[in-house]
Design a protein around this ligand. Structure first.
Ligand code: FES
Ligand SMILES: [Fe+2]
Length: 414
């Protein structure tokens, strides 16, 4: 009994420490914190089993808040782009009143496509099959040979809307009409992000990469810094101290890690002189902070620019990574000269992260793999998998594929 009380007191002290003190504590510790659970192995079949991946698709991908694009991609009323990241293509558009809305690219007559390109400008959407016409906000306004549809109710044939909400200047979609509003859903993270003034940031660049692995193989790599010393030996590991990394686990599978620079006051020389977001805190400016919005959005902000990454399943063992940069005071017609090199350096790091993915996938598919063994530093990955089971609903995950939930006491609700 006495021992338990002491453990709780130690935990409370840790919760009260400020973030820098926590980093010192993490750097110096000789074991995980007293009482921290040991993770049972994550069954490898969760990365390859077709029935499990189908559950993941139906219950998670189709019901999660997923980044679709940036408001700069919709500069004027009538601008639109087509999003096809998770199966059903969705038109994201700016209406005449300037609002951003999203609809399935599915005509309500017989399913013809409203748009066939990736992006464009329109005054409304006309179906390519029999010419039904819709406004930018999805209302059906014209039906060819209307006389042949007696007692037809136009109002009942609007395009089917997709939930669409903004996080600053970033557009997120959710295929679940009942989804909790995005800002409420990310909970305590929303307050932490205010210092970034996301609504003011411009889109600098966006490009994508594909590789042969299940999407979770790559996602895992961006939830920990345990791998820095091996695969980023000549890049990130030179300036980040992974042993002092701290983690915040938030509800709904979201999380953050913060890794200090090896040398206090270090500034990336490739960013000196670039415009800065004026409200970024010293903590964010002087450490590598990385946010994760469940399931597939990763964002490590710096005052001079924010890379954002999304990981998309292109099939059971094919993944696309989309990497974009947002920045303050960016003029697309006259970009800061340092961007070219900065994006190139970032790309080099991404290739380092991608290098083993196909071989890891081979391992996961082979008889030589018994389960993912995670350590304390890798706890965000376990948090992710616990959330996936919650989304699917525990009773639907076959017993041999479940992860045992152990992290609830370590999730911060405020
Ligand atoms: S399918 Fe669109 S008008 Fe017929
Ligand atoms: Fe990495």
């Amino acid at each position: 009994m006495h021992e338990m009380v002491t453990d709780q007191a130690a935990d409370l002290d840790l919760a009260r420490m400020d973030l820098l003190a926590k980093m010192d504590w993490e750097r110096e510790r000789t074991a995980p914190p007293e009482g921290f659970p040991k993770f049972p192995p994550i069954p490898g079949a969760r990365y390859v089993d077709p029935a499990f991946l189908a559950l993941e698709d139906a219950e998670m991908w189709r019901k999660s808040w997923l980044y679709a694009g940036h408001v700069d991609q919709l500069p004027t009323p009538g601008s639109w782009f087509l999003n096809r990241n998770t199966g059903s293509p969705v038109i994201v558009t700016r209406t005449l009143s300037g609002e951003i809305k999203a609809f399935y690219n599915t005509c309500q007559h017989r399913g013809g496509p409203l748009v066939k390109e990736d992006a464009g400008e329109a005054r409304g959407f006309v179906c390519g099959y029999h010419g039904w016409s819709y406004t930018l906000d999805g209302k059906l306004t014209a039906v060819r040979d209307r006389r042949d549809f007696p007692e037809f109710d136009m109002a009942c044939h609007s395009l089917i809307a997709v939930r669409c909400e903004l996080l600053g200047s970033m557009i997120f979609l959710n295929g679940d009409p009942e989804a909790q509003p995005l800002i409420e859903h990310i909970g305590p993270m929303a307050g932490q992000l205010e210092e970034l003034q996301l609504e003011t940031l411009r889109l600098v660049d966006s490009r994508s990469y594909e590789t042969d692995c299940n999407v979770k193989v790559l996602l895992d790599a961006f939830l920990e810094v345990y791998h820095l010393k091996s695969i980023h030996e000549k890049t990130v590991d030179r300036f980040l101290d992974h042993r002092a990394m701290i983690v915040t686990l938030w509800p709904h599978g979201h999380s953050r890690m913060a890794t200090p620079n090896r040398r206090e006051g270090w500034i990336d020389p490739g960013t000196v002189g670039m415009p800065e977001i004026p409200t970024v805190s010293a903590f964010t400016a002087n450490n590598n902070v990385s946010y994760h919005i469940f399931p597939n959005f990763v964002m490590p902000p710096a005052p001079t620019g924010i890379p954002i990454l999304q990981f998309w399943p292109m099939g059971p063992n094919r993944t696309r990574v989309v990497s974009s940069w947002l920045a303050p005071e960016h003029d697309p017609a006259n970009p800061h000269p340092l961007w070219e090199m900065r994006i190139k350096n970032w790309e080099r790091i991404l290739y380092e992260d991608l290098q083993f993915a196909p071989q890891i996938q081979e391992s996961l598919e082979g008889p030589g793999f018994r389960g993912v063994s995670l350590n304390y530093q890798e706890r965000r990955i376990y948090h992710w998998h616990e959330e996936l089971d919650r989304r699917i609903g525990d009773n639907k995950v076959p017993a041999e594929l479940r992860v045992t939930p152990v992290l609830a006491p370590f999730v911060e609700h405020a």
